[in-house]
Design a protein around this ligand. Sequence first.
Ligand SMILES: Cc1cc2nc3c(=O)[nH]c(=O)nc-3n(C[C@H](O)[C@H](O)[C@H](O)COP(=O)(O)O)c2cc1C
Length: 357
Amino acid sequence: MSWNSFGRVFRFTTWGESHGPALGAVVDGCPPGLPLGEADIQPWLDKRRPGTSRFTTQRQEPDRVRILSGVFEGKTTGTPISLSIENVDQRSKDYSEVALAYRPGHADYAYDAKYGFRDYRGGGRSSARETAARVAAGAVARIAIPEVRIRGYLVELGGDRIDPAAFDAAQIDANPFFCPDAAAAARWEEIMDRTRKAGSSVGAVVECVAEGVPAGWGAPLYAKLDSELASAMMSINAVKGVEIGDGFEAARLTGERNADPMRPGPDGKPVFLANHAGGIAGGIATGQPVVVRVALKPTSSILTPVETITREGEASDIRTKGRHDPCVGIRAVPVVEAMMALVLADQKLLHRAQTGR
Ligand SMILES: Cc1cc2nc3c(=O)[nH]c(=O)nc-3n(C[C@H](O)[C@H](O)[C@H](O)COP(=O)(O)O)c2cc1C
């Protein structure tokens, strides 16, 4: 099996490698008649683009998207929407050491073990260049769910957390970390400068909130909205943990503290007094904000030498040169948002298919 596709009704497939001529996505199942142009996709790619601050990889990719099919006279036709993004700044010689020895923590050994052969240039298909294609597909998904507002941000970097009391949504786009706490963003600059100078890397936690998700989207049991989101987020490179709502913290609460009390609200709908559940109960959206947190490990390609073995099985150590993100969590924010949009677009169409609403 190849596993390059995600979704059931609103389904996308990504293709391409880090150092190939281009990469992209094919989105199938998008409803017809939705207004869509390249200008609807480009701003999301610009958010994910490398080289926009000294805290991300210096690879310079304009990431210009082209719509090759599925749109006519500015509207989706209901046929596959093919999206293409050129790779223009490959430097394959930067990766010669990766051809000979495995980067611990990266996919080099695992790919060789599975396929017996790998495109080592820039990590090939295991490179997070692939996430540009998801972000493009996610922009199409957003068009299909205009009732939903999605916002991602970093809540932790290098073990340093934001102060929830200092949360200011206006800050998120005002610093290079998508950080909603100005004081934390200032601390993170120092952490990142120190980390880069040490030839090291750090991890991060992304939080993503979707507001406006109607009560009823989702499904019980084997396609719980929780599990669809977890699967989507876990499919992102370097993600090692996913929490819905309070997540692991819920295991430390009592029943009464973990409850989301309900009061009568307008139109017979409840008003919830808390949201420990992260907007999902029984696998189905409750109408509250859907809240997901995603833990990303530190970048494995670092300048500090790490013990490894060569392709021939000889003991060695590896220092990864080339251009890398010292904290992959920063550029993961738009990717997490895209996966949230893609899951919710699929859930909207699945809900409509079953209930007619
Ligand atoms: C936005 C983003 C950028 C990334 N950039 C790098 C990078 O520059 N260098 C690196 O070694 N890993 C990077 N990664 C992580 C690797 O792609 C990932 O660790 C690798 O594919 C192995 O997969 P796994 O970590 O999911 O097991 C990045 C991940 C994301 C989400």
